[in-house]
Design a protein around this ligand. Structure first.
Ligand SMILES: [Fe+2]
Ligand SMILES: [Fe+2]
Length: 198
């Protein structure tokens, strides 16, 4: 489908912007991020959102895993106050770095910062990123069910968001992992509104 990756190649115009210069990502990670961008761009198209909003979604997508493969010292430098295990530091670290580089959009920064845990106060950027990240078609589990969710999303963002949050939180519980406070508040906000689209 795609030509062999030669990172950091410029993505096609409809998926831009692109990775920030300071990104620290493996070639496989770039492919994941690009697939997430493809999903977000497709939904933006299907939902007819304005160019400016689509640009916010894609900015968050390209930032969300930008420090996913950064060395621990760099993560600690940008996310020194982040609670939880190091695997959860890359979102806060990337948001902090993006902010230091001039990103001022609160919705974009919150989408990136909380993409691993969820946030009750998210606007559409956070919701779209959370869904697109999980629905990357190359993730090895539940491919058919996740493809159906991706198809359904443009007409039912709230419902799909809630379904994904349920799956992710159940997985965390079954794995014996703690549920962090932002995740609990995120879940409660989704069930309290009935649709998660307030
Ligand atoms: Fe991530
Ligand atoms: Fe991701």
């Amino acid at each position: 489908m795609h030509s062999p990756v030669s990172p950091p190649s410029m993505p096609p115009p409809e998926l831009r912007p692109t990775l920030p210069e300071w990104a620290s990502v493996s070639p496989a990670r770039i492919q994941h991020i690009q697939r997430v961008a493809e999903l977000a761009a497709r939904w933006a198209e299907q939902m007819g959102v304005p160019h400016s909003e689509r640009n916010r979604w894609l900015r968050a997508v390209w930032l969300h895993d930008a420090l996913r493969d950064a060395p621990p010292e760099e993560l600690a430098r940008w996310a020194a106050t982040t609670p939880g295990p190091p695997a959860l530091w890359h979102g806060p670290a990337s948001a902090a770095h993006a902010k230091a580089q001039g990103e001022v959009d609160r919705g974009v920064l919150d989408a990136v910062r909380y993409h691993s845990v969820g946030l009750a106060e998210w606007d559409m950027v956070g919701r779209i990123l959370y869904c697109a990240d999980y629905l990357d078609p190359e993730r090895p589990f539940e491919r058919e069910a996740r493809a159906l969710l991706a198809q359904r999303l443009p007409t039912d963002v709230g419902g799909v968001l809630r379904d994904i949050a349920r799956s992710r939180i159940l997985h965390q519980i079954k794995s014996g992992w703690p549920i962090l406070d932002p995740t609990v508040r995120f879940w409660n906000s989704l069930v309290a509104t009935g649709s998660g689209s307030h």
